[in-house]
Design a protein around this ligand. Structure first.
Ligand code: GAL
Length: 664
């Protein structure tokens, strides 16, 4: 398997390169990613191309047995280009043009920028496209990140209007689909339609959702423009990828991935001002999204955190053990290659405090040794591990459009799309149920349970799939505020939960949004919830069961005694509805019952312990920094890949330890 580093030869004197490469070799690195911010070096002035610096770096690396992934440098349009064409710069929602001086300073709708992109990408592709040791290409860097997903300038506005004209054909259609009769917004000419710049109140939600779709489409075509230039000029076996970020940007990774061979992802469990890493389930969910983006295909972690990171604020120092743990977690969940960010901390520039495997002094120390230990540990079994099948038992719905619709109207100050999604993902992660991330494109065949958290923007294709899946015996779990919106972001005219009414066997005739600090109470009344209590926060759907049975009810306010959680028989299957945000203990008890009834395998472990099964391997990671763990292993005989010792029954893990076991 490939394990490597993100390297910036341009940031170091050439006299240091040989030492770097020797150290990389000793470390066991077999790939580097380079050049993704090197536009100015490769095209120092318009039309004059100079690849000599990267040629020399690539020569040195490849002569030493290290393969190369090249980044196209379009995330950093150079100063000469911006001076000549300032209209490339993006514009924020206040109409302020973003300045040159950092990165990602282009609007993806700039036709001029498209032309310059084509030229630099084609030149690069012609220069490096046949190189035997250049194995792949990364387009740009983290599309949409750092608020570069939405731009509100004049050219963006014209492109948005053209996109709408293509989508709706006539203004009547658009007006109807946006409900523009409301507040006299009817458009009589395409050129009247705004991009959603700052208004006194709030924009039309249908316009906002279409704007997000438009921004995502614009990035997809921009990426396609790059992949077309590359494919025309490179060998067939050089792969194309992009390093995605999956946090609610107006980007559609699934669409874009169709033009890529692999998905890549940048894994930063802790960054900048964070006092500690995000939860293990939050990291795991991101990995599931990557694996789900190309339907289960393995992906690259193109940047894997290896040191404290941040710009003006330096983040948490990863503890001894973290590098291995996050690497093992990534591979467990489907990463096929790991590239550590970054080889060495720079002495200058915005990222002076982004530490890497080496710090500013360039001397190999603890982190270098830790990476070495990881690489050594993967030598014998790494390839078999990544090739071994990952079979999920549960599917978790995630749809970018649903996320956008929620972010446009969160409906409660306590609502965070990510947090609510994780609320439902975490029990599965805690119970070590193997999960996949699915959306309307996915097949639901073979899953024991499909959970559809906060299914606000109902997707007719997916709803149909769910119905068929449940009719045929599947188990579906919905959470509060589901089935509310139509694809054009109108509220359904049906009694809630709209299209899901029959499946869930309930109606919802009233609901209450709870703000930060407000809560109701829920009492479990049936099954494993009996006797359990939980706070109810964020939202309360007041459920009227029709055919469903009640598992928990509210215990406060005028709706005391009203159903809060229900279970319904539908066809040969079962459909749950969870009407409020429950605390982890009650939710985990509920999910445990759901998984057990559906026959999904669970492995109970203490908090912070993650166990992932692949067909021929089992890996375990203890994310706790201070609590050792004892894990009851599933039936079978195992061999510890590090020591070759046989293990059966129980396994002990020190804090932050990770282990790979081979099934006998
Ligand atoms: C990533 C980015 C890298 C670097 C890193 C800092 O998001 O792709 O170029 O900025 O963050 O930690």
């Amino acid at each position: 398997m490939y394990i490597g580093v993100d390297y910036y030869p341009e940031q170091w004197p050439e006299s240091r390169w040989p030492e770097d490469v020797t150290l990389m070799k000793e470390l066991g690195v077999n790939v580097v990613r380079i050049a993704e911010f090197g536009w100015q070096l490769m095209e120092p002035e318009e039309g004059r191309y100079d690849f000599s610096l990267y040629d020399r770096a690539i020569k040195l690396l490849t002569e030493n047995g290290i393969k190369v992934v090249l980044g196209t440098p379009t995330a950093t349009p150079p100063a000469w280009l911006i001076q000549k064409h300032p209209e490339i710069l993006p514009t924020d929602e206040n109409g302020v043009q973003i300045s040159f001086g950092a990165r990602r300073h282009y609007t993806v709708n700039s036709r001029i920028f498209h032309e310059y992109t084509k030229k630099i990408v084609t030149e690069m592709a012609m220069h490096y496209g046949q190189h035997p040791d250049i194995i792949g290409w990364q387009t740009d860097n983290e599309y949409g990140h750092e608020k570069s997903d939405r731009s509100y300038g004049e050219e963006d506005r014209q492109s948005f209007q053209a996109w709408l004209e293509k989508k709706y054909g006539t203004l009547d259609q658009l007006n109807e689909n946006w409900g523009t009769v409301f507040w006299s917004q009817t458009y009589t000419d395409w050129s009247q339609i705004p991009v959603p710049r700052k208004v006194l109140q709030e924009h039309n939600p249908s316009l906002l959702l279409d704007f997000d779709r438009f921004c995502a489409d614009a990035y997809t075509s921009y990426n396609k423009l790059q992949t077309d230039c590359l494919r025309e000029n490179i060998r067939d076996d050089q792969f194309l990828t992009h390093n995605f970020v999956y946090t609610d940007q107006a980007i559609n990774q699934w669409d874009m991935a169709e033009d890529l061979d692999y998905v890549s992802y940048d894994n930063y469990p802790v960054w900048g001002g964070l006092a500690e890493p995000v939860s293990p389930s939050a990291i795991a969910h991101q990995h599931d999204l990557c694996r789900g983006t190309k339907n289960g295909k393995g992906y690259w972690v193109m940047e894997e955190l290896s040191g404290a990171q941040g710009w003006s604020k330096i983040g948490y120092l990863p503890r001894p053990g973290h590098i291995k743990l996050w690497t093992y977690q990534a591979i467990s969940r489907g990463a096929e290659a790991i590239v550590y960010f970054r080889w060495r901390a720079a002495h200058f520039g915005t990222e002076e405090f982004c530490h890497g495997i080496l710090d500013h002094d360039g001397i190999p120390k603890r982190k270098y040794n830790e990476v070495k230990e990881v690489i050594d540990s993967l030598k014998e079994h790494g390839d078999d591990w990544i090739a071994s099948k990952y079979e999920a038992q549960a599917a978790v719905y995630y749809d970018t459009e649903n996320a956008w619709a929620w972010n446009i109207q969160p409906q409660s100050s306590a609502f965070s799309h990510r947090q609510e999604l994780l609320r439902h993902y975490t029990p599965a992660h805690k119970l070590n149920v193997a999960t996949d991330a699915v959306n309307s494109r996915s097949s639901l065949e073979g899953y024991k349970v499909v959970f559809v958290p906060i299914y606000f923007l109902e997707n007719p294709i997916f709803t149909e799939k769910l119905k068929r899946y449940a009719e045929n015996g599947g188990t579906v779990v919905f959470s509060y505020r589901s089935g509310v919106k139509k694809p054009n972001n109108f509220v359904t005219g049906q009694t809630l939960p709209g299209e899901l009414t029959e499946m869930t066997g309930i109606t919802i005739n009233e609901y209450e949004s709870l703000q930060t600090g407000q809560q109701n109470k829920v009492n479990g009344v049936k099954g494993s919830l009996s006797g359990l209590e939980s706070a109810a926060t964020v939202w309360c759907d007041l459920i009227d069961p029709v055919t469903a049975e009640v598992l928990a009810e509210y215990d406060d306010c005028f709706y005391k005694g009203t159903a809060a959680v229900t279970k319904n028989k539908y066809g040969k299957g079962t459909v749950y509805y969870i009407g409020t945000a429950l605390e982890e203990t009650m939710l985990t008890a509920l999910y445990k019952e759901i998984f057990q009834e559906a026959g999904a395998e669970i492995i109970e472990t203490q908090n912070g312990v993650e166990v992932v099964r692949r067909e021929k391997f089992l890996s375990a990671m203890n994310h706790s920094v201070d609590r050792p763990a004892e894990i009851a292993l599933p039936e079978g005989n195992y061999i510890d890949c590090a020591t070759n010792q046989k293990i059966k029954g129980a396994l002990k893990l020190a804090p932050l330890a990770s282990i790979l076991l081979k099934k006998e």
